[in-house]
Design a protein around this ligand. Structure first.
Ligand code: MV4
Length: 724
């Protein structure tokens, strides 16, 4: 085994490698840039040397400086980590030429697999299934057009020199090919100093599944199962899990064997990753090989019980793999969330800076691979990772719940992080079902639909409503906060807006309401100089405003179910909650809470209300911009509220009645646990529901749940059946 290992990297992976070395009794040498003097990898290594100024080119990519430290410190091996020089063939060669072990595959293998067209041909010969594509790099436009027509559009043009989405272009027709090739070449040249491009048939919505392999010098190769890395944004992985929710024992064996076969074909040594795309029919295709330890290696460690970095060190030191394939078992489920200092509300714009307060999650099944601490300053020069949060549990559902719990515990102050975004993913019903692909983020997460108070205020055409906006990412109840603010003197029109509400706003149907991500929840503080008995009309005005907004903006047949539920097709999309504080004989303030399912997916609803609830997105078949919804709703409501202030109650009621049912219908009203049956005849000037019972008695209700009489409901269904 080695005596001293130099770690040619920084941050969490440098620390991860130091930890493995310590446990194996190996001395460690850290290198660092001037920006990283206070980094933990510097503190935890036995020796540390500054190798240059902050830019990576002058430090972590500075081969000369690193080699000098390696030789002066008497290191007998270099671990390159991931990124930087980890897949740089000339670097690995320089290391070896100096008589130092490079912890990774041979230089010729790095070179061979680094060129994606060479890798494709090599793996094709080894018998791996390939995505239909050009036999090598593309020579000219005509060749590309001919191939694209053979495979069928859409096709994708990729850079031979590297992955990560750089130099990639989607093409849908012959006409697009020349420009796509030219711009892909230009980008490929800029990033990889290699303008070669190749063409593949484009697979729609595949899953990104990668297999971890270990190979020793004697040609023993095993795989450690797969990781599902489909949750990505612009080719940056956000969340990874092992095993893949789509994997079966048989498919794992088939794909794993393919990876092992591929590794054997090139005489691979050390840890490596075979990337595949898996289509919706269960076909898999080889994509590329990564010849380094990967960011997401911990999920494999947690489900196999292995230490991949120690295995890398042992293999590089010439030890034989102590495991056979049959020794490998996949146990339980692991998920990793990459916590980055980026602002998900601002297109993941980097948010470097000082971490002012830091509190790590812990408890059973929680692992942090990080490098941050309270007072640490995330430098702006490199990736902005704060830490990787990894959890394990027996089951996938358990791991998801554990990750949500751990994310709740995690406190990072001073910089923006991706923590709320991860919560959003873990809340998503499709994610929870394991039903996702590489299109998950663009399909499900609403980048163009963020609730930014500044922008909402800017768009407002109202005089009063929403001109003070108090914004929260997540609250139990906007009404509770609005009430506190009102009691403390918040002015009329103050708006408490939340990205999501976790606690219940009580609704009338089902008596339970939530507003998960994608909803619109806000509360308004109102201070009308009026009698408490008039407050009902504000609720009606609010219901009118919501109903009218849904009708006007989306053309949906929204109706109000007296008094204040808004339904589409009989299913509820909105709950309105009114809270009031009174002085002796006048209203002190009213807090009006809106919870509207705008972009919520029905599958995200609690089981109990999946049949009775819907959302605008579900009814419309597409997502909508929530800001536009809020703008219009506030305008509608302010207009109605002006009617209220002016005492124009009949204007409120006329509009309300025009959108309300059931007038004239056979109904049952449930009020205070009593049931009343009859025909609804009107809504009176107080906003009360007027009903005529079978005995001819007139009743009025100020509150209650209204349901169509079952006979009525049955008749309706029969009518529909006749029509069909
Ligand atoms: C593809 C593909 C569909 N068809 N190739 C993206 C990064 C690079 N490593 C390869 N990538 C893709 N190649 C064919 N023929 C879809 C992607 C792709 C993707 C792959 C893995 C994870 C996320 C992705 C997001 C978009 C596109």
């Amino acid at each position: 085994m080695f005596n001293k290992v130099l770690i040619a990297n920084r941050g969490e992976i440098a620390l991860r490698i130091i930890r493995a070395c310590k446990e194996l009794g190996i001395s460690t040498v850290a290198v660092y840039s001037e920006a990283d003097a206070r980094s933990l990898h510097v503190k935890y290594a036995d020796e540390a040397y500054c190798i240059g100024p902050p830019p990576a080119k002058s430090s972590y990519l500075n081969v000369e400086a690193i080699m000098e430290v390696a030789q002066d410190s008497g290191s007998d091996a270099i671990h390159p980590g991931y990124g930087f020089l980890s897949e740089n063939a000339p670097f690995s060669e320089a290391v070896r030429k100096a008589g130092i072990s490079f912890i990774g595959p041979s230089t010729s293998v790095i070179k061979k697999l680094g060129d994606k067209t060479v890798a494709r041909n090599t793996m094709k010969k080894a018998g791996l299934p390939l995505i239909p594509g050009s036999p090598g790099s593309i020579r000219n436009d005509d060749e590309a057009i001919e191939l694209a027509n053979r495979f069928g559009y859409p096709c994708i043009i990729k850079a031979a020199g590297g992955g990560g989405g750089r130099g990639m272009r989607l093409v849908f027709s012959d006409a697009e090919i020349p420009d796509a090739i030219q711009s892909a070449r230009r980008e490929a040249e800029a990033f990889f100093s290699n303008s070669d491009v190749y063409l593949e048939k484009y697979l729609e919505d595949p899953r990104h599944i990668e297999f971890q392999i270990l190979a020793d010098r004697n040609g023993n190769v095993i795989h450690l199962g797969e990781r599902d890395c489909s949750i990505q944004r612009r080719h940056q992985k956000l969340l990874e899990e092992a095993p893949s929710p789509r994997m079966t024992t048989v498919l794992r064996e088939t794909m794993g064997n393919a990876a092992v076969q591929g590794a054997k074909a090139v005489k691979y040594e050390n840890a490596g990753t075979f990337e595949f795309l898996l289509d919706k029919y269960g076909n898999f295709y080889f994509m590329e090989v990564n010849t380094r330890i990967q960011v997401e290696h911990p999920v494999t460690e947690l489900v196999t019980g292995m230490d991949l970095v120690k295995e890398q060190l042992r293999i590089a030191a010439g030890e034989e793999l102590p495991y056979k394939q049959s020794d490998i078992r996949i146990n339980g489920h692991a998920i990793e969330c990459r916590i980055n200092a980026e602002d998900p509300q601002e297109n993941f714009f980097p948010s470097p800076g000082k971490i002012t307060s830091y509190n790590l999650p812990g408890g059973p099944g929680v692992r942090i691979d990080g490098c941050s601490y309270a007072g640490y300053e995330i430098p702006p020069y490199y990736d902005s990772m704060v830490a990787k949060l990894i959890v394990w549990d027996n089951t996938r559902a358990g791991a998801i719940n554990r990750m949500r719990r751990a994310l709740d515990e995690y406190v990072v102050e001073g910089v923006k992080t991706t923590i709320p975004f991860h919560k959003m993913i873990l809340f998503n019903a499709y994610f929870r079902k394991g039903d996702y692909s590489t299109s998950f983020i663009p399909k499900n997460i609403l980048n163009e639909d963020k609730l930014i108070p500044k922008e909402i205020r800017k768009g407002l055409k109202t005089k009063v409503m929403g001109h003070r906006i108090q914004y929260f990412e997540e609250v139990a109840s906007t009404n509770r906060i609005a009430k506190e603010m009102a009691a403390a003197g918040a002015e009329e029109g103050t708006m408490v807006l939340a990205e999501t509400q976790s606690g219940g706003v009580k609704g009338r149907i089902g008596r339970e309401w939530i507003s998960p991500f994608g909803g619109v929840c806000f509360s308004l503080v109102l201070r009308p100089k009026s009698q408490p008995r008039n407050a009902t009309k504000i609720t009606l005005a609010a219901a009118s405003a919501v109903c009218k907004t849904i009708r006007d903006l989306y053309g949906l047949d929204a109706k109000i179910n007296w008094p204040n539920d808004i339904l589409i097709g009989g299913r509820k999309v909105c709950g309105i909650l009114t809270d009031m504080a009174m002085d002796v004989n006048s209203i002190k303030y009213i807090v009006l809470g809106f919870g509207i399912n705008v972009n919520v997916e029905r599958l995200s609803f609690p089981q109990k209300i999946q049949k009775t609830a819907t959302s605008i997105k579900e009814e419309l078949g597409r997502t909508v911009v929530r800001k536009d919804f809020i703008d219009t709703l506030l305008v509608e409501f302010e207009r109605q509220y002006q009617n209220f202030i002016d005492g124009e109650y009949s204007a409120i009621l006329d509009e309300y009645k025009s959108m309300t049912y059931p007038i004239g219908g056979h109904i049952i009203v449930k009020d205070q646990d009593m049931l009343y049956e009859g025909h609804s005849v009107d809504i009176n000037e107080d906003g009360a529901l007027v009903m005529k019972t079978k005995e001819g008695k007139t009743m009025t209700f100020m509150t209650g749940d209204v349901h169509a009489h079952p006979d009525e409901a049955i008749n309706k269904t029969e009518e529909v059946r006749h029509e069909a």
